[in-house]
Design a binder for this molecule. Structure first.
Ligand code: SF4
Ligand code: SF4
Length: 160
């Protein structure tokens, strides 16, 4: 698939010197007989398989219990560097200058992949920035030690 090819080429050393979908940080889980194609991009490393996995049925199609999982996990060979076995993780095509859109999205001619920035994430980031500015000004006014003492006292009283 085009997304797997471009992702692996982008992450080759040097960039674009080779491509091998087994090194891609996005994998399309395929079952052509059941007409199942699920694009999943690589997330965190999992030390062990998880328990209590379920099968999923969506629109009458049954999906494997790990089909939507983004983990590099001992239960399967997905999202592992084929030579070293090291876990692979999507880095949103980090580059300088940054890409306008992730490359897998740009290369997907069927528009199966959509890139969007969620407002709620931006809002949360802005709120955290405001909080940081507020804390900094309090620390400047009263001293960092005093603020740390108050926060410690508050967290102790919340626990109690
Ligand atoms: S691939 Fe994901 S869902 Fe499946 S066992 Fe590993 S962590 Fe659990
Ligand atoms: S966003 Fe970039 S790094 Fe992540 S899966 Fe797509 S091509 Fe690979």
């Amino acid at each position: 698939m085009a997304c797997e090819v471009i992702c692996s080429a982008f992450h080759a050393t040097p960039k674009y010197s080779s491509n091998n979908p087994a090194r891609s940080r996005i994998r399309v889980i395929r079952d052509p007989i059941a007409d199942i194609y699920v694009p999943v991009y690589a997330g965190e490393y999992a030390v062990a398989e998880c328990a209590g996995r379920d099968k999923y049925i969506i629109d009458g199609k049954e999906y494997d219990e790990c089909a939507f999982c983004r983990a590099s996990c001992p239960s399967r060979d997905v999202f592992k560097e084929p030579d070293s076995g090291l876990p692979l993780k999507c880095d949103m095509c980090e580059s300088d200058p940054p890409q306008e859109k992730p490359l897998c999205v740009q290369w997907c001619l069927n528009e199966a992949l959509i890139y969007e920035v969620r407002e709620e994430e931006k809002e949360n980031e802005e709120k955290l920035e405001e909080l940081e500015i507020g804390l900094e000004s309090l620390a400047n006014k009263y001293g960092l030690h005093k603020i740390t003492d108050i926060v410690t006292r508050m967290s102790v009283s919340k626990k109690g």
